[in-house]
Design a protein around this ligand. Structure first.
Ligand SMILES: NC(=O)c1ccc[n+]([C@@H]2O[C@H](COP(=O)([O-])OP(=O)(O)OC[C@H]3O[C@@H](n4cnc5c(N)ncnc54)[C@H](OP(=O)(O)O)[C@@H]3O)[C@@H](O)[C@H]2O)c1
Length: 382
């Protein structure tokens, strides 16, 4: 990509390009293949060649909102250029990373404090499912505090966050009730599974709520007096209405705590290393409900939005060519893939820019915007 010219010769900076997925603002096809400039890392950033990435509900909300933001926060692959300041992994190291944007691409620049090295036993496909959902679950558990022996209610449990949280919290001794229509795996991980909030037997010492609408007041009604409800999302995109007087019927003196995973004193890279260690030692099992080639990203996003994927969805880049079909090829290939891939077959996987975004794009990634995106709150249009 860079060729240093001999003294006196014109600078030979050969501007290279990467293949990437670009937002369209079209709901039927949220991203399309495109090309963009090679990442231009800051001194504290390494360039990662992406082998797999995962997609999140909050990213879908952000794409639908049409913000000038290049998607991609969860990546796994190999460092192709170490950070210039000497921090972080060496070139050639296998890593998982959590950049703020632009990870749905062949290469992305990632701050070294948002990277963790991968042992050979953890495939990129598995590691890619860790960052956003895993960090959220780990930090939710920290926010919950000492949960041994406590009764917990978790809504919206069918996704990546729910599976990670359930495995971590039951291992810590909590009695977890998970609300999910697709809860087989959550049951195996130790949760009591109920199809809706109304079916959950309270009272609960702690409620973790991420669906909003009527579910939050329904879950709050099952909270014990002086209990805590941690509010970490609004998957239904329906705002919540609360009645002061309803607290007297149960959760009297209860606390409602807003939660955003990015509000952490521990760097992402450190917590990612913890998640990697738990996976490598067989104590955390990413639930990956869909693995597909990144050419299928738009249809996978639609399936995630429409609640057809359990756990995380992971997209892979083939190292041979990182081939993304052009627009003409794409529609026929997607149709063929949909015809041949049965959801049951795909429900698998038991374990085992800044540089690339323009400064104007980056400016849109302020904290409030990120919060709305991660939690799927009202900033996204319906
Ligand atoms: N606060 C933070 O820092 C933060 C960070 C990451 C994620 N989040 C939020 O955490 C939640 C879980 O994340 P995830 O990645 O695991 O998400 P996910 O895979 O998309 O799972 C979403 C969950 O919400 C439920 N759901 C979806 N639409 C719903 C609706 N209209 N009404 C009721 N339930 C609905 C689904 O239940 P079904 O089984 O019934 O489909 C599923 O259990 C999301 O709301 C996400 O935005 C928050």
């Amino acid at each position: 990509m860079t060729t240093a010219g001999p003294e006196g010769a014109a600078d030979e900076w050969e501007e290279s390009i990467v293949k990437a997925l670009q937002p369209t603002e079209r709901r039927d096809e949220l991203v399309v293949p495109a090309e963009r400039a090679e990442p231009d890392p800051r001194p504290d950033e390494a360039v990662v060649e992406v082998e797999a990435f995962s997609v999140n509900r909050g990213e879908i909300f952000k794409l639908e909102a049409g913000t000038a933001w290049l998607p991609g926060k969860d990546v796994a692959g190999r460092v192709v250029r170490a950070a210039a300041d000497g921090s972080g992994p060496r070139a050639g190291a296998r890593v998982v990373g959590h950049p703020p944007a632009a990870g749905w691409a062949e290469r992305v620049a990632v701050r070294t404090d948002a990277l963790a090295e991968l042992p050979g036993s953890v495939p990129a496909e598995t590691a890619a499912a860790l960052p956003l959902a895993g960090l959220t679950a780990l930090r939710l558990l920290r926010a919950a505090g000492a949960v041994a022996g406590l009764r917990l209610l978790l809504t919206g449990a069918s996704g990546g966050v729910g599976h990670y949280f359930t495995e971590l919290a039951t291992a810590a001794g909590a009695d977890v009730t998970a609300v999910s229509r697709r809860g087989e795996r959550l049951g195996e991980l130790g949760a009591r599974v109920v199809p809706d909030v109304a079916s959950a037997d309270g009272p609960f010492d702690l409620v973790l709520e991420s669906t909003g609408g009527a579910n939050l007041p329904a879950a709050l009604a099952k909270l014990a007096p002086r209990g805590t409800l941690i509010w970490f999302g609004q998957a239904s995109r329906t705002p919540v209405t609360l009645d002061f007087f309803s607290f007297f019927d149960g959760p009297e003196s209860g606390t409602i705590r807003h939660f955003h995973y990015a509000d952490s004193d521990i760097p992402d890279g450190t917590d990612l290393a913890t998640l990697v260690r738990l996976v490598a030692s067989g104590r955390l099992h990413p639930e990956i409900g869909r693995v597909a080639d990144w050419a299928d990203t738009a249809s996978v996003l639609a399936d995630l939005r429409d609640r057809r994927i359990r756990g995380n969805a992971v997209l892979t880049l083939t190292s041979a060519a990182h081939t993304l079909p052009d627009a003409a090829d794409r529609s026929s290939q997607n149709a063929a893939d949909r015809a041949t891939s049965d959801p049951a077959d795909r429900a698998t996987s038991d374990p085992a820019d800044r540089a690339t975004s323009a400064p104007a794009d980056r400016a849109t990634s302020d904290a409030a915007d990120r919060a709305a995106s991660d939690a799927g709150t009202a900033r996204s249009p319906e």
